[in-house]
Ligand binder design. Structure first.
Ligand SMILES: Cc1cc2nc3c(=O)[nH]c(=O)nc-3n(C[C@H](O)[C@H](O)[C@H](O)COP(=O)(O)OP(=O)(O)OC[C@H]3O[C@@H](n4cnc5c(N)ncnc54)[C@H](O)[C@@H]3O)c2cc1C
Length: 383
């Protein structure tokens, strides 16, 4: 058990993105009705800007523990959504056609040739396709494509629909959500060998703290400073655009992915194209460079995209850490403070599992084996 008592209303979650909401939502399973403090509106950070690939192998670009963590979240997604649907009566679906990873250059082709050694290929029922097999199921691909892997279990979700569902369900579960409530600083008291957060100071008044969760995405470093604790999070700008293809309805069935670029069949006949990535501080303006990069890389996979009509473009700030792994769990020097941030390009994928394991750690004190590589103290010099 935790060495502090968690009363039903004294857990504060700072940050109303998908990660903060998911933690508050899972805490309600233990009878805890948390309060979420959000400086703008729900989903105004990266969560509202994301494209929603749930692709632990294809999009994460890494193998190992991060893929295991992502796979666990992907497996849990259907149960999580069933409960949300049942509680809210809202429609929310996973895009089910799967993902087609194509090789458009020699490097990618040689990566695909090692497909048999990919450790998670079997678990995800991935199948290697020749170029002509890929073109036969996706004739919209470039004839230059050198081969592909079809990954039928990797999926996509609309993050804005997920936000709406989760927000409604949180309210139905008795969670208080306070928007336009920016946390300015955190007050701490010092014991003999550790600190304890006592008060959260916001623009709209102060709140006393039983337990505190910092889930403030790309903006987490400032609250770390307020606690005297390093949270080395920096913003990574992601830009996406939507385009309306010349033919209606379009025939794009699969999400197509190559070299960190992708084309997702979206709603209302739109295609979602992403995503440019840049480290330029908190500047979240869409740029022409972002658009041209996305268009150039996606046109290599699907040349027909050049005839599509540009519809919208937008940006969001992904929370990045120095090792690109998230920061998850209790702070050793401040026993009633928990952190859940740094999800970088995988926060939508990791929303359900993060909520589940952090809520469980707050209540029981037990650390899930899934997150032992992501402890906050790996960046602490006093460690
Ligand atoms: C363009 C783009 C595409 C992406 N595509 C994918 C994808 O396909 N798949 C995937 O898994 N992930 C994707 N991501 C990443 C994903 O969006 C993030 O990892 C995830 O949304 C992080 O969620 P979060 O709740 O931690 O952060 P956020 O959603 O940024 O939420 C943090 C919240 O904290 C609030 N806040 C900050 N400071 C304070 C304060 N002092 N007081 C009160 N509130 C505060 C902010 O206003 C914000 O609402 C993408 C991101 C971008 C930008």
């Amino acid at each position: 058990m935790s060495d502090f008592s968690v009363a039903t209303s004294d857990v504060l979650v700072i940050g109303g993105g998908l990660i903060g909401l998911s933690i508050a939502w899972h805490l309600a399973d233990y009878g805890i009705h948390a309060t979420v403090l959000e400086r703008g509106s729900i989903g105004s950070g990266a969560s509202g800007a994301a494209t929603g690939l749930l692709a632990p192998v294809t999009a994460s670009g890494r193998f190992g523990h991060m893929v295991d963590f992502g796979l666990e979240s992907l497996r849990y997604y259907s149960d999580f959504l069933s409960i949300l649907r049942e509680e809210t009566q809202l429609q929310i679906a996973l895009q089910t056609e799967g993902l087609l990873r194509v090789a458009i250059d020699k490097g990618a082709e040689s990566m695909l040739s090692k497909f048999d050694t990919w450790p998670h290929a079997k678990a995800l029922e991935m199948v290697r396709l020749t170029a002509s097999e890929a073109l036969s199921i996706a004739p919209y691909l470039s004839p230059e494509v050198r081969g592909a892997v079809i990954s039928p279990l990797e999926r996509q979700i609309n993050p804005r629909t997920l936000l709406a569902c989760l927000q409604k369900s949180c309210l139905m579960r008795g969670i208080t959500i306070l928007e336009n409530t920016k946390v300015l600083s955190i007050g701490v008291s010092r014991g003999s060998d550790s600190k304890r957060a006592t008060t959260v100071h916001t623009e709209n008044g102060n709140y006393s703290v039983g337990a505190l969760v910092i889930a403030t995405g790309a903006w987490s470093a400032d609250l770390g400073k307020s606690l005297g604790y390093p949270l080395p999070i920096s913003p990574n700008k992601g830009q996406v655009l939507t385009a309306l293809p010349a033919t209606t309805p379009h025939n794009v069935r699969f999400t197509v992915y190559a070299n960190h670029s992708y084309i997702i069949p979206g709603e209302d006949n739109a295609l979602i194209l992403g995503s440019a990535s840049a480290n330029c501080g908190f500047d979240a303006r869409p740029t022409l460079k972002g658009i041209t990069d996305i268009v150039a890389s996606t046109a290599q996979m699907m040349p027909g995209i050049l005839d599509a009509e540009l519809q919208h473009t937008w940006c969001g700030l992904r929370p990045a850490t120095p090792d690109y792994f998230p920061i998850l769990g209790r702070l050793q020097m401040c026993q009633n403070v928990f952190v859940a941030t740094g999800h970088y390009k995988n926060g939508i994928l990791l929303t359900p599992i993060t909520g589940k394991v952090i809520a469980s750690e707050i209540i029981s004190g037990d650390v899930s084996p899934l997150i032992t590589n992501y402890r906050p103290d790996r960046f602490s010099t006093s460690n």
